[in-house]
Design a protein around this ligand. Structure first.
Ligand code: AMP
Length: 209
């Protein structure tokens, strides 16, 4: 197994898919969004620099992201979620590790806005919920660990719209980039999580676990 990249607009289900795929493929899951939120929570220098961009729904500068990722990959194969997001990041990644497959989760803008507005995340374990399609058993509490559910500050309508625009401008060109390299696999991001997972395993040549 080579490094696998999950590509797709915000809210297309990359995080949900990554959790399950990491177990099946034994690849280490690396989410740049999760790492950045942790840096912000710990009020590190990187966290302070990143927060300004994150709060606006804009991308954190490529140099900061590449330094952060370089220090965390170290030559091994990984499952990348939320990275690369620009062509410059893709070029930087190619120097760190070869990319074996890119799973592209396709989803329309309307569906992105609908999903993200209803997303809630556990403050303790990071589990994702959706108030419309996958609500917790007890309002405001995580089914898995009982932690408090919160709405990410960038999951509010104005910031969601901005994030989608940024995705279209900076990240959508990666589809063509990886297609031309022959590693892109398209998945229907609008399908239920179970089906997306099955499509992903098939695309990677894995039997259903
Ligand atoms: P995510 O959790 O993947 O939606 O990321 C949340 C926010 O973190 C994004 O809106 C960006 O501000 C920032 N971010 C995460 N990954 C990257 C990346 N690869 N490049 C630049 N900014 C990023």
């Amino acid at each position: 197994m080579r490094t696998v990249v999950l590509l797709g607009p915000p809210g297309s289900g990359k995080g949900t898919l990554a959790g399950r795929l990491a177990t099946a493929t034994k690849l280490r899951h690396l989410s740049t969004g999760d790492i950045l939120r942790d840096e912000v929570a710990r009020d590190t220098e990187l966290g302070r620099k990143a927060k300004v961009h994150m709060d606006r729904g804009e991308l954190v500068p490529d140099g900061l992201i590449l330094d952060m990722v370089r220090g965390r990959i170290g030559g091994e194969d990984v499952l990348l979620d939320g990275f690369p997001r620009t062509l410059a990041q893709a070029e930087g990644l190619a120097e760190i590790t070869p990319v074996g497959a890119v799973l592209y989760l396709e989803l329309t803008r309307d569906e992105v806005v609908r999903r993200l507005s209803a997303r809630r995340v556990c403050r303790d374990c990071g589990e994702n919920y959706n108030l419309l399609t996958q609500p917790p058993a007890t309002a405001g509490r995580c089914d898995r660990c009982g932690g408090e559910l919160y709405q990410r500050p960038d999951d509010v309508p104005e910031v969601i719209a901005r994030r989608y625009d940024v995705y279209e401008k900076d990240s959508a060109p990666l589809v063509e980039h990886y297609e031309s390299k022959g590693v892109l696999k398209r998945l229907d991001g609008a399908a239920p999580p179970e089906h997306v997972y099955a499509q992903a395993l098939k695309a990677l040549g894995h039997a259903q676990a």
